[in-house]
Design a protein around this ligand. Sequence first.
Ligand SMILES: Cc1ncc(COP(=O)(O)O)c(C=O)c1O
Length: 396
Amino acid sequence: MKKDNNLRFNIPIAKTAFTEAELDAVLKPLESGWVVQGPYVQEFEQKWSAFTGAKHSIATTSCTTALELSLVALGIKPDDEIIVPAFTWIATANVVEHLQAKVVFCDIDLNTFNIDVNKIEELLTEKTRAIIPVHLFGLSADMAPVIEIARKHDLLIIEDAACGFGAFYQGKHVGNFGDTGCFSFHPRKSITTGEGGMITTNDDKLAVKLRSLRDHGAMTSDLQRHHGSKPYLLPEFPYAGYNYRLTDIQASIGCAQMNRADEILEARISLAEKYRTFLDTIPWLQCPYHHVEYQHGFQAYVCLFNPEKITTANIETTHKKRNQFMEYLQGKGISTRPGTHTVHLLEYYRKKYSINPNDFFKALVADHCSIAFPLFPTLTGEELNYIFKAISGFSI
Ligand SMILES: Cc1ncc(COP(=O)(O)O)c(C=O)c1O
């Protein structure tokens, strides 16, 4: 790679937004001695429900385990078919595989990078049980048609809202549209606890089952038992559950992050607006989808590198050019990444399902030609201008 001698910055793709508050937060559970699924997990769940408007929030160890618990709690069985967008992080499909159910990929809409709702119905069979719409990069999937299809065909909806913090659709936060919504607190996400996840649901019975399943199948949590009248008796276990309990150390960090939730979201939206204003002058980069019914949470700022209409004939050339652009920016100390990957191209899925890459052509285009630019609340105006200048200096 050619190094730029005038390099002035080294800008990562993402940076965790920790302050003194998170540093103090780590100490609190350690001082109290209660470090697993205790008062801070409860507080984090309450804060999450207050922000998203979901009736129940159930913390887990990751979004992956949140998705898995949702599928188990909703009764997904081997051979059930689950519709999953082809362009997503591999975890969305892996959880289906873990239950010996069948992943049925659906192509995406290149304007939004989310599931193409017009392609879902043609994939349905007698075995279809659920749809997992993904709210990629902080943009809600088009939920009204997804809900309509699910109602018509009696299907479950599990929202993969890993990137969905701050994503609203028709005025409602994601995680409120399906049977469950599953969020991630991985460091690339807008709110982070290191690792961590959250399930939201508005179904009381399902919430009880999910709480039990994440805690070995126990009907009473340790916190409830210790504060109850008979702490010396162990609870009943109606399910063969899992240990997907979040620690209080992580939850305490989560609480500190949620105290600044609006500030974190506003910072991301404001940076995204600056990107848009600048990128409107660059015709070969398609900006993130913008529509009055959607509020984008901007977990990532992902564009389509699209100098001309991408076809099967020119996709490899465009892909090469996108990679040259990424290498050029890396040489200037600016990190970029592909938006995410398309799962049908990954070895396990390629081999198991014998899929032709062109079967989901738009997912293939997103895989080969998307580009995420640096976005994190502490990104400075100076760094942003440096990025803009660098982009302007690239000739396609
Ligand atoms: C769309 C999507 N789904 C699921 C996950 C898995 O989240 P976690 O790492 O919290 O398990 C991710 C994480 O990157 C993701 O982006």
